[in-house]
Design a protein around this ligand. Structure first.
Ligand code: HEC
Ligand code: HEC
Ligand code: HEC
Ligand code: HEC
Length: 221
């Protein structure tokens, strides 16, 4: 056997032993470091707050007369003739600035239809000779349950958008051979007496799952 080759093999073996021992020491030190928790623990991830259920609620902001009838709720507000006399239209009263005065019996009604209350006159919508009916522009009698054509008689373009599904909300079937659709009535979203839709807080954006700067976190929640 070649002597040089033999000592070369021995040198390689001691070298390998040294490396292995070094590794054992290194891992031993790492174990101690981890046990002593030298680097500290990772802070637990932020809890992801559940989405406010208010944002998941699909109910409309208002319940129409038709909804109250379906739910068999109190309809006394619509019983005009418990207080009014038939064949005696109520008289509209105005203050010195021509602002409509609301009698205390109707204090729950806040009138503000259009800028400067342009459409505050009760009898633009209610039929003065039969208070239980609504009166659209074309004069045909409408019940409280059928108020959307009343709105449509003055808001033609919006009514067309609503019919086409571009205004309001449609639910039900895309494929109408499978089932019907349901449109929400104007009064499900607009109070007829003060119809301006109040601003609402937007729903939160998607959760990013990783830490964000406090400012960014604020806007993300
Ligand atoms: C709780 C009793 C009560 C009920 C129910 C009621 N009213 Fe009246 N309403 C009054 C009183 C009182 C007045 C003021 C006196 C008057 O003009 O007859 C009034 C006045 C009015 C006026 C005149 C408003 C103004 O600003 O001068 C209109 C229009 C009217 N009512 C419509 C209705 C209609 C439509 C209904 C049913 C959907 C109804 N009321 C139900 C008690 C009532
Ligand atoms: C733009 C049309 C419009 C005008 C103007 C209007 N109303 Fe109405 N009113 C309606 C409609 C539509 C309903 C039924 C709404 C529903 O389905 O919730 C209603 C409901 C009512 C009711 C029963 C429910 C409630 O809110 O108490 C009363 C009472 C009433 N109106 C009185 C009046 C009086 C008084 C005036 C004038 C001061 C007036 N309305 C002006 C459209 C109008
Ligand atoms: C007699 C006509 C007439 C009827 C009926 C009528 N509106 Fe209006 N509406 C108006 C006028 C006029 C304005 C004011 C437009 C403006 O100020 O530029 C208005 C404004 C509005 C606005 C804008 C709100 C704001 O304050 O700027 C909404 C929303 C609205 N109407 C919804 C309805 C709904 C819902 C109905 C049915 C319950 C209805 N309207 C019935 C005439 C009508
Ligand atoms: C599902 C709810 C919903 C229904 C149903 C709905 N609207 Fe609206 N409408 C809104 C909202 C929300 C706004 C406010 C948009 C804004 O402020 O930018 C609005 C705005 C309006 C305006 C203000 C002007 C405009 O076009 O921006 C009018 C007028 C109006 N709606 C009339 C109607 C009429 C008439 C109907 C029924 C034929 C109707 N809406 C049905 C939600 C609805």
């Amino acid at each position: 056997m070649d002597d040089r080759q033999h000592t070369g093999g021995l040198r390689n073996q001691t070298w390998a032993n040294l490396v292995l021992q070094g590794l054992v020491v290194l891992f031993g030190m790492l174990t101690v470091a981890f046990l002593l928790n030298l680097w500290g623990r990772q802070s637990p991830p932020h809890p992801i707050p559940p989405v406010d259920p208010a944002f998941l609620d699909t109910a409309t902001v208002r319940r129409s007369y038709a909804d109250l009838v379906r739910a068999q709720e109190d309809l006394s507000d619509f019983d005009c003739y418990t207080c009014h006399e038939k064949n005696k239209p109520p008289v509209l009263r105005y203050d010195a600035n021509q602002n409509l005065l609301i009698p205390p019996e109707h204090a729950d009604i806040v009138m503000g239809h259009g800028q400067h209350g342009r459409n505050n006159n009760c009898f633009n919508c209610h039929n003065e000779t039969n208070l239980e009916l609504l009166q659209p522009r074309d004069g045909r009698p409408l019940t409280f349950a059928d108020s959307t054509p009343l709105c449509g008689s003055c808001h033609g373009p919006t009514y067309r958008d609503w019919e086409a599904g571009a205004h309001g909300r449609i639910s039900g079937y895309w494929n109408r051979t499978l089932g019907s659709i349901k449109r929400q009535d104007c009064v499900n979203c607009h109070n007829p007496h003060s119809p301006k839709f109040p601003p609402r807080k937007p729903a939160p954006g998607p959760h990013l799952l990783h830490e964000t700067e406090p400012v960014a976190a604020e806007t993300a929640h």
